[in-house]
Design a protein around this ligand. Structure first.
Ligand code: UDX
Length: 485
């Protein structure tokens, strides 16, 4: 086929490049669907390692379709090398050194490297892949940054240099309740223990901390920033972020926005790919449970608990006498020995374990009355959106800050961070499902309603997405002013 010249090509074509972690791929894929629905061509770029995992679990779903195609790129590590979360530094380093030149070659090849004659007119890169900003600048393509984690954590990372200058980091872990005053907007409630886990280091020179602080500052070099949140939830933080990144689009909750936009279109099937296989039988089990009686438990896609922690949780859940649906990923615990008989019996009686659940559908189910979560940003927002109050047990990165917001700012749940003995677990579950239920449900229902309004026609996220699309189109227009005519 004859390749068109650059001046002949005028339709917007966005390259979306997520960081290779489940929560990032998930939300960027929803963005891909949203852009496709808006008539914009998308190439979704996974790392080879992720691409192969996806092919193994859903071979049919990575097939190109009109408007959306999947491509992959090396992350520089051997394909068969495991990429455990506690060795994430290897991935950061390798992506920056090995993937950067490959991406440059891909983008500089007028789309040739992507196996298409359609040049990329805009890149949307994950907020942890800021090397893509250098590449896009070099080849003259506008770049937007999508920070898939919470805005409150983004703002905290952004303020990292000020925290260091003010002597607030690093800190000894002896007084974790001391307030942090160097993050504007959070002076009244942010304690040391609520800072993202990456701040819990002995030395400022810690590689992961330096990496994440630099990535946050780098967002200012992009044309705009995209966030998965909505104005009524994160307005104050968004104002702070916009003082540094003036064009910041808040277009969340993304899954709710997609649902809303799908109702406006007759012939679009959303892309449904997952790194794990969902067990949908738990929905049938939920059908037979009383209204609001079930506690849904999930620690997301990457967190790994110790055997002791998991067993303390299990005892606490069982002792609370509540019904529960628990996502027990095969890799959620470092090693699992014998499970005490009383736990197995109680689980058979009033619980259900699955390897991976259709979480959004579970949270929307009338039988679910609470969510014990690790407070990953997608889970937090999905729970807010569904109006389900939470107990938060954060593991790492943004989760410590998210859980503080859940309890102290939005008042949609309880924060259990840094504790997980069976008595605390039991007590918190009783508070969530009974004692504090009324006040928590009231606040959660209010935010669920605001979330719904934000993604409905004319709502803040709906309009913000319209502006994002307009921006993508105008960038393409500026690059190809003759419109390909
Ligand atoms: C973590 C984060 O804390 C997140 O904020 C950061 O951006 C990336 O790393 P993760 O552990 O994947 O992410 O949690 P989360 O952001 O909550 O995403 C998990 C996703 O998997 C959610 O969209 C959830 O609906 C989905 N999920 C989880 C399922 O579909 N089924 C399950 O059984 C569990």
């Amino acid at each position: 086929m004859k390749r068109r010249t650059a001046m002949e090509k005028a339709s917007p074509h966005v390259l979306i490049f997520p960081f290779p972690l489940h929560g990032h791929i998930n939300s960027m894929l929803i963005l891909a669907d949203l852009l496709c629905l808006a008539g914009i061509h998308v190439t979704f770029l996974n790392t080879d390692h992720t691409h192969h995992r996806l092919l193994r679990s859903n071979p049919d779903l990575l097939v190109d379709r009109p408007g959306l195609r999947f491509r992959s790129i090396s992350d520089g590590l051997p394909l068969d090398q495991p990429r455990p979360i506690d060795r994430i530094t290897d991935l950061f380093v390798s992506l920056r050194s090995a993937t950067k030149p490959l991406l440059r070659a891909m983008l500089a090849g007028s789309g040739g490297g992507l196996g298409s004659d359609d040049p990329v007119t805009c890149v949307v890169a994950d907020g942890l892949l800021s090397f893509a900003i250098d590449v896009a600048d070099e080849v003259g393509i506008p770049i937007f940054i999508f920070r898939t984690a919470s805005p409150c954590s983004f703002w905290t990372f952004f303020c990292g240099p000020a925290l260091a200058a003010g002597g607030e980091i690093p800190f000894e872990e002896d007084d974790m309740d001391r307030l942090i005053i160097g993050v504007p907007g959070m002076e009244a409630f942010l304690r040391r223990r609520d800072l993202p886990s990456l701040f819990r280091v002995k030395e400022l020179s810690d590689l992961n901390l330096q990496f994440i602080l630099t990535e946050a500052q780098d967002a200012t070099r992009a044309s705009c920033v995209i966030l998965n949140t909505f104005e009524d939830l994160d307005g104050p933080i968004l104002s702070h972020i916009r003082a540094h990144c003036p064009t910041t689009y808040a277009i969340g909750p993304l899954d709710a926005l997609l649902k809303c936009r799908l109702t406006e279109s007759n012939d679009f099937t959303p892309t449904s790919i997952s790194l794990r296989t969902e067990d949908r039988t738990c929905l049938t089990w939920l059908n037979s449970q009383p209204d609001k009686s079930v506690l849904y438990i999930s620690f997301g896609s990457a967190a790994v608990a110790t055997q002791e922690q998991l067993l303390e949780f299990w005892h606490g859940v069982v002792n609370s006498q509540t019904r529960f649906l628990w996502v027990m990923r095969p890799d959620v615990v470092d090693r699992m020995g014998q499970i005490p008989a009383e736990l197995r019996e109680a689980t058979d009686e009033r619980g259900r374990l699955v390897g991976w659940a259709p979480q959004v559908d579970v949270l929307a189910h009338s039988a679910v009355g609470g969510f014990l979560t690790h407070c990953g940003w997608n889970s937090t927002l999905e729970s807010v959106s569904a109006g389900v109050p939470m107990i938060c047990w954060p593991f790492f990165v943004d989760q410590q800050t998210n859980s503080r917001y859940v309890e102290e700012v939005w008042k949609v749940g309880l924060d259990m961070k840094d504790r997980c003995d069976r008595r605390t677990v039991e007590m918190m579950i009783r508070e969530l499902m009974e004692g504090k239920r009324e006040e928590l449900v009231k606040s959660t229902a209010r935010f669920a309603d605001l979330a719904k309004r934000s993604v409905s026609q004319g709502g803040s996220s709906y309009m913000s997405f319209e502006k994002l699309v307009e921006n993508i189109r105008s960038m393409c227009q500026r690059a190809h002013p003759d419109g390909g005519k």
